[in-house]
Design a binder for this molecule. Structure first.
Ligand code: SF4
Ligand code: SF4
Length: 337
């Protein structure tokens, strides 16, 4: 696969070459930052940390129509797949999360809604040069320049972006950019490697998960679940904003005779999530829900798909209103084993 250089002065022209495809990039300011469509003619600035809302919504929307129908009718109308979309400035942890979530939506049967979007999406990543305070990607299989899930990775080298194609889709983008790009010589390859090594060195947090997946079920009745969940409000922030969380609900919405079946994000941190029609709830308190969140990511998913369903993005730590910290929970788990 090719590696090229793009002078930052040519960034608007590079973006201009992508016209014809829908472009998404981080928009908004500070805590409101999320991926959203780019207005035509604009070249989005990529100097930001990470978005509050992960880009998972591009392949797994917060709410989507599965099909429309008429009450009493026999036909259903399935919406057309969306247009080709390029996501610019995706952080490596978020791209990696899509590769992890693919396992779930491809489990036994491919989910057509998810995979149609996945095929239409090209992920252009930006390596992290200033990891966040609560990032711990390097201890869960990723890194500030991990390419898993990406089609093209960009690394900021000051005057230039260093562009590496990861897939055929990424290679096609480099071809489209044509003479805007220059060959990356060995000196630039070394500069990029050094920069990435420095970034990885800035990551201060980590989880030691050795032995955790197989030992977690044995801690089912451990008092730690009570203590780590005592202050939880059950708000669902940690799951809604987690790039690997994928729980959903399916509901029918009816207006007169017009109806649609839709799928929307749900959260295992909500009490109603496991509430049975009988009134029984197998996860009646936040203790059981927190235990499930950790087991799901660090044990059940590993058992099923051989990968931890956490990419260490730190969002659940940064955004939990009562400072519940997954790294600290895993430290306590490790201590209890
Ligand atoms: S964000 Fe914090 S308070 Fe809200 S459900 Fe998650 S752990 Fe509980
Ligand atoms: S569990 Fe927390 S740190 Fe891990 S991927 Fe989800 S939001 Fe990020």
């Amino acid at each position: 696969m090719s590696a090229m250089l793009l002078n930052k002065e040519k960034w608007p022209d590079f973006v201009g070459k992508l016209t014809g495809k829908k472009l998404w990039a981080p928009q908004g300011k500070g805590e409101e930052m999320r991926f959203a469509p780019v207005t035509e003619g604009e070249a989005p600035a990529l100097e930001y940390g990470n978005t509050r809302v992960p880009p998972k919504q591009a392949v797994f929307p917060q709410t989507e129509t599965m099909f429309r129908f008429q009450l009493g009718g026999e036909e259903v109308e399935v919406p057309e797949p969306e247009e080709e979309t390029v996501l610019l400035g995706v952080r490596p942890c978020d791209a990696r999360s899509m590769a992890i979530v693919d396992n779930l939506f491809g489990w036994e049967e491919d989910d057509p809604y998810y995979f149609k979007r996945r095929e239409l999406v090209t992920l252009v990543g930006l390596a992290c040069s200033e990891p966040g305070l609560n990032c711990f990607c390097t201890s869960v299989g990723g890194g500030p320049a991990s390419t898993e899930g990406l089609d093209l990775l960009m690394t900021d080298l000051g005057e230039h972006y260093f562009l590496e194609a990861v897939t055929e889709k990424g290679e096609a983008l480099l071809k489209e950019a044509g003479d805007l790009l220059e060959e990356a010589g060995d000196d630039k390859v070394k500069e990029k490697d050094k920069k990435i090594e420095e970034s990885a060195g800035k990551i201060k947090r980590s989880v030691d998960h050795e032995g955790v997946p197989e030992s977690l079920p044995g801690l089912w009745d451990d008092p730690l679940w009570q203590s780590v969940s005592a202050s939880c409000l059950g708000c669902g922030t940690c799951t809604y904003l987690c790039p690997t969380c994928h729980c959903f609900d399916i509901q029918d919405e009816v207006e007169g005779f017009d109806a649609r079946r839709c799928r929307m994000w749900d959260s295992c941190m909500f009490g109603e999530y496991t509430l049975h029609t009988s009134g029984h709830n197998p996860r009646p308190t936040r203790r059981e829900r927190t235990r499930n969140r950790i087991n799901h990511k660090y044990s059940y998913f590993v058992d099923k798909f051989d990968v931890i369903a956490c990419v260490g993005c730190g969002r659940c730590i940064n955004l939990c209103p009562v400072n519940i910290d997954i790294v600290e929970i895993l430290r306590q788990v490790k201590e209890a084993i």
